[in-house]
Design a protein around this ligand. Structure first.
Ligand SMILES: Cc1ncc(COP(=O)(O)O)c(C=O)c1O
Length: 392
């Protein structure tokens, strides 16, 4: 008989995933059984991809842009990314510093694969985006988590990050605007961190997929913030800003030498990204002002609506996010932690939120509330959350 044996990566990848999504998975099950569930546990934009982008992709499909493309991406799209970065940064950006990937997730996986050997150390603040965990596990990285303080709105503590860097640290990984925290790291802090990392021979990797969804304050990319660029890498993409999560388009801006390595990595694993999607993505970046702004304005309205309603509920305390698609809500005033609150809220009121623990132990007393629902749905969800809290 054949005894199936797998590589150790499969073991590392299968740890912990059921806990993170337990509430969300149960919500989907309840929905299938016919319950009127409100899902606030998703991070997928509810907007349609804007029609001009769809039309553009279709037109490129029709003219046969359906073949292999270079591993680093189509020149036209790389140039669009470089131009965007140049326009928002004091440092001009060339196409040699840009690599295209099918989504930020693949981009982060590729970058970390090119920087970390088995067991190398990566320093990362938490709470953090859940999608980082399997990437770091797959690469068998040694992860040093730096807890952020919910009382202070989970703002980045640069001193704590610096203190966590050891001689074994190869990468510091930050995310601004943050998921789940919604906080924006100011340019001065990024600059300080980038300089410090450079002195210590450490890369600074910054995930910026919510860069276009700032409500107050301004996003300044890691590359625009830094004094020197030789240790700075940024990742961004179209999933959130352009409601294009299913198109899988993202990119890395990094020193040209690393970009060459990324090209080889991409050649070995992906063999390029679809031509017509890159064509339409270049079009999106060059013609996006109006619809990105209108989606951002809608998210802002939703954020204000949820904040106003939930902060009026006794025992709940929401942190005001300055960016992104989520609100972190401290539920410890109810006597429950985030996990119990999320579980009971789903069973009793059919509203699905993510327990803070999914993002790291510092968010134990929190739940994450997603804003990817229409305002009428959010109003109903807030009413149910209030009823749940009133009934405790
Ligand atoms: C912080 C963060 N980075 C990356 C991603 C994934 O982006 P992509 O769809 O481009 O892979 C997400 C998705 O939720 C995210 O929140």
């Amino acid at each position: 008989m054949f005894a199936a044996r797998y590589a150790a990566i499969t073991e590392r990848l299968s740890q912990g995933d059921s806990d993170v999504w337990a509430v969300h998975d149960r919500a989907l099950e309840m929905e299938r059984e016919g319950a009127d569930v409100i899902l606030l546990s998703v991070g997928d934009p509810d907007f349609r991809t804007p029609d001009p982008i769809i039309d553009n992709a279709v037109s490129y499909l029709r003219v046969g842009r359906t073949h292999y493309s270079p591993s680093l991406g189509e020149l036209k799209f790389r140039r669009a990314v470089a131009d965007l970065e140049t326009a928002t940064s004091p440092h001009p950006c060339s196409v040699d510093e840009v690599a295209i990937f099918p989504g930020a997730t693949a981009a982060i996986y590729a970058v970390l694969s090119c920087l970390l050997d088995d067991g190398d150390e990566i320093v990362i603040p938490e709470p953090m985006y859940v999608g980082y965990t399997p990437i770091m596990a797959a690469l068998n990285a040694s992860v040093t988590y730096v807890p952020l303080d919910g009382e202070r709105g989970f703002v980045l503590d640069t001193q704590a990050i610096k203190a966590a860097i050891s001689d074994r640290t190869r990468v510091v990984f930050i995310n601004t605007p943050g998921n789940p925290t919604g906080s924006i790291i100011p340019a001065a802090k990024i600059r300080e961190l980038a300089d410090y990392c450079r002195e210590r021979g450490v890369w600074l990797l910054c995930d910026e997929v919510y860069s276009m969804f700032c409500y107050e304050g301004k996003h300044v990319s890691a590359r625009a913030s830094a004094n020197h660029l030789d240790n700075v890498i940024m990742v961004d993409g179209l999933s959130k800003s352009h409601a294009m999560s299913g198109w899988r388009m993202g990119w890395v801006v990094a020193p040209a030498e690393l970009v060459q390595h990324l090209g080889r990595f991409s050649g070995a694993t992906l063999f390029g990204s679809p031509q017509f999607i890159q064509d339409a993505s270049a079009f999106a970046l060059e013609n996006d002002q109006e619809y990105v702004e209108s989606m951002r304005d809608e998210y802002r309205e939703r954020r204000d609506l949820v904040l106003e309603r939930l902060n009026a509920v006794e025992n709940l305390r929401c942190i005001r996010p300055h960016a992104g698609m989520f609100i972190m809500c401290d539920v410890s005033g109810t006597g429950m932690d985030g996990s119990e609150f999320a579980r009971r809220l789903l069973e009793e009121q059919a509203v699905s939120v993510i327990p803070g623990d999914a993002f790291g132990p510092s968010a134990h007393d929190f739940v994450r509330i997603g804003l990817a629902q229409k305002r009428t749905v959010l109003k109903r969800a807030c009413r149910r959350i209030r009823e749940f809290c009133d009934g405790l």
